[in-house]
Design a binder for this molecule. Structure first.
Ligand SMILES: [Zn+2]
Length: 328
């Protein structure tokens, strides 16, 4: 998710509690031997960071997604320094700014690092991203935004202005086995899913799959999505013998948890295509994913609010897909 479409996001996120704002870099967590998670998150009044997954490879580190904020990429760089190993490959699950904004700084620190991503960012750099920036610009200096949100927007605009630096060195144009820094992985292209081209990775030795925003909580972030392709991508992940699925946002999942999400996603798109009230679709989603999102009651409220928005304003308003879906 990128959350630049301000009108919608502020409506959904305005009631978040205030908190002292001194962001510290997130702490790496071991997921399996040679695999770590640097958790993303959404701080109050801030735009989100996606999760980062790091794999040890024979020649260095493979980093899946690079977050949005400087403190997130700082955590990645500190981890690499502590390991004493170079970052040799960066995989971007998709082009949303909470997953790619750290690319240039990581490449500056490790010039040998190669970025693997789909070409979907090309259309985003001339369409969605500058368009969202244009829509958001009038809010800057208007006094309507908290300073943290303003700071995030300014950083996003700078990232978009320097958008060429986000493009892949090695475009992922098909699914297949790839060697990244000597580590064998399945690098998969999911066309017309959360974006026009999502990439997800399965590393067979650890059984870890990094699935990006094909899995997000508390709601599927459908801003740029095609519903059918997304559903198909979840089925393809499910057919892979992963042990742990790391979502783009939220905690790592077991197979059973991933399957709950997959079923809930399918029911949600069915509900959105029906004439049932949006509140019912959202309530069903929220109940089906309650075990996945943790006990914080704020999260339940956000699940309901965000899902209602996605059903009515994104899917139903555009014939079942987001306005940005280009699938036939
Ligand atoms: Zn995201």
């Amino acid at each position: 998710m990128k959350r630049l479409a301000l009108t919608a996001c502020l409506a959904v996120f305005a009631p978040m509690p205030a908190a002292a704002d001194a962001p510290t870099p997130p702490k790496p967590q071991a997921l399996a031997p040679g695999v770590w998670l640097i958790p993303g998150g959404i701080l109050p009044k801030r735009q989100p960071d996606g999760n980062t997954v790091i794999f040890a490879a024979p020649k260095g580190l493979v980093v899946v997604d690079t977050g949005r904020h400087r403190w997130h990429r700082q955590a990645i760089l500190e981890f690499a320094r502590a390991q004493g190993r170079p970052i040799v490959a960066i995989v971007n699950s998709h082009w949303h700014l909470d997953h790619v904004s750290g690319n240039p700084d990581l490449k500056r620190a490790y010039p040998g690092a190669k970025v693997y991503a789909s070409n979907a960012i090309d259309a985003a750099l001339t369409g969605f991203l500058p368009k969202s920036a244009e829509q958001a610009k009038p809010y800057l200096g208007s006094g309507k935004l908290p300073p943290e949100t303003e700071e995030d927007l300014r950083a996003d605009f700078a990232t978009i202005d320097n958008g060429r630096a986000l493009k892949p060195d090695a475009p992922v144009t098909a699914s297949g086995v790839r060697s990244l820094g000597g580590l064998k992985v399945q690098l998969n292209l999911a066309p017309n899913a959360a974006t026009d081209g999502d990439v997800w990775l399965f590393e067979p030795k650890s059984g870890v799959a990094a699935v990006g925003d094909l899995v997000t909580l508390p709601a599927p972030f459908l801003d740029t999505a095609c519903a059918k392709g997304w559903k198909a991508a979840l089925d393809r992940v499910w057919a892979t013998p992963f042990r742990i699925a790391v979502p783009g946002h939220g905690a790592p999942m077991t197979r059973a948890q991933f399957n709950s999400y997959r079923r809930a996603f399918s029911s949600l798109t069915d509900c959105a295509a029906s004439s049932r009230p949006k509140a019912e679709c959202a309530a069903d989603w929220s109940a089906a994913t309650a075990d996945l999102r943790g006990a914080d009651p704020q999260e339940a409220k956000r699940a309901q609010g965000m899902t209602e928005y996605y059903v009515a304003d994104v899917l139903r308003a555009h014939g079942g897909n987001s306005a940005y879906c280009t699938a036939p």
